[in-house]
Design a protein around this ligand. Structure first.
Ligand SMILES: *Cc1c(COP(=O)(O)O)cnc(C)c1O
Length: 392
């Protein structure tokens, strides 16, 4: 491990989805059935997903972004309202707030877990705050009891961005049943995928009804449920809704993925445990702190570079990993550093010092179910060797 292993011995993608026979068969069966849009596969997928997370309702949609939008819409969020959003997240979490005419108020992160900072949450709340949107960063659940207490104390709703967090648990309870609404992503590189897709889960009947209606043009079929004589062609437009429904072809993939979720999780745990033990003694490479009362979904494996001890920066570190054939990513450039938030909302880097600082240090390494032990060792050897070679 004293010298960098020879270049391009291997090529390891940042992520590779595992697609099984059930997904392939399900897609073929759906295509052959003639029913391509939302239908029986979506119904089955919603039912099984709701059971998997212990929620009363699950509404399948075509992205987590759609689920987040519907969750906030169901709460009537609009102009004059503020929504607390972690800065350490993907574009979607805050953009849906803007789409509704409300204001995303960005919140700094905890330096250990990179989940939302509870003290900064409290500091950013105002009389206009209506919703808190925790993001379970990298798959590690946030401190949900503290967030629920904070929300209750100030009459706020909690909408969870669980795009990284299936399956995950907080104090033994599955993410998806803890708050008013929880939003999951089945984007191509998430812990389970439908290509594109998402799910909104809730235990609240009114939230479920509104989200379901708004996910398909604001149409109500209540009328023909009550007056069957009108027939199945009848519907009423009750609100200007969206076009967010998931097609059956995607749901067929989702069912197969869901049946492998436990196996996928075991494999990601295997990878995470190996990375963590490999870097445990390193003074140059840190991994994220793990809270003792959560079970992470291990969507991302994020390392933090000890920059003062290194002669190269994060970007150069990534170039060296790429030269060794290793795919990486950065999650995330904090929202407050992006032009939209700097220019429209006036954020400066020093407004969120923890996220601004840690952003310079983070690299996301490959972690996916089919990653072999040999691939894992190759990544680990290269990370340690690059760090050792560029130690100050
Ligand atoms: C992927 C992701 C989303 C968006 O998911 P889509 O299904 O692509 O809309 C939202 N939030 C976070 C934190 C994500 O990682």
């Amino acid at each position: 491990m004293s010298s960098t292993p020879s270049k391009i011995e291997m090529s390891i993608p940042f992520f590779r989805a595992t697609i099984g026979q059930e997904e392939m068969d399900g897609v073929m069966e759906t295509l052959a059935s003639g029913w391509l849009t939302s239908g029986p596969k979506v119904k089955a997928f919603e039912k099984e997903f709701a059971e998997a997370v212990g929620a009363k309702h699950a509404i399948a949609v075509n992205s987590a972004t759609a689920a987040l939008h519907l969750a906030l819409e169901s709460l009537n969020i609009g102009p004059g309202d503020e929504v607390l959003v972690p800065t350490m997240t993907f574009a979607a979490t805050a953009e849906v707030v803007i789409h509704l005419g409300a204001t995303p108020v960005l919140v700094d992160c905890d330096p250990g877990t990179l989940n939302v900072s509870l003290s900064d949450l409290a500091a950013k709340r105002t009389a206009k705050t209506k919703v808190v949107m925790p993001v379970h960063y990298a798959g590690q659940p946030c401190q949900m009891q503290e967030i629920a207490d904070f929300a209750d104390q100030h009459g706020l709703h909690v909408v969870e961005d669980a795009a990284h967090a299936f399956p995950a648990a907080y104090r033994g309870q599955a993410i998806g049943s803890l708050s008013l609404a929880t939003c999951f992503s089945f984007y191509a590189n998430k812990t389970m995928t439908t290509g594109e897709g998402g799910m909104l889960t809730t235990n609240d009947d009114a939230t479920a009804d509104r989200a379901r209606k708004m996910s398909l043009h604001g149409l109500s079929r209540g009328a023909w449920n009550r007056f069957t004589a009108k027939g199945s062609w009848y519907y009423e437009i009750e609100a200007p809704g969206y076009k967010y429904n998931l097609p059956d072809v995607a749901a067929a993939i989702g069912l197969g993925q869901l049946h492998q979720a436990e196996n996928f999780l075991q494999e990601r745990r295997r990878c995470a445990a190996r990375y963590i033990s490999a870097f445990a003694d390193s003074k140059l490479i840190d991994t994220l702190e793990q809270s003792p009362d959560v079970d992470s979904a291990w969507h991302l494996l994020v390392i933090k570079l000890n920059l003062p001890a290194l002669s190269i920066d994060r970007s150069e570190f990534i170039v060296k990993l790429n030269e060794a054939g290793i795919g990486t990513s950065v999650h995330y450039t904090p929202l407050h550093l992006h032009p939209l938030y700097r220019e429209r909302f006036g954020y400066k880097p020093e407004d969120m010092p923890i996220a601004s600082g840690v952003f310079e240090q983070i690299v996301s390494l490959p972690i996916f179910p089919s990653m072999t032990d040999e691939q894992l060792e190759y990544v680990i050897d290269n990370v340690l060797a690059i760090a050792a070679e560029h130690q100050r």
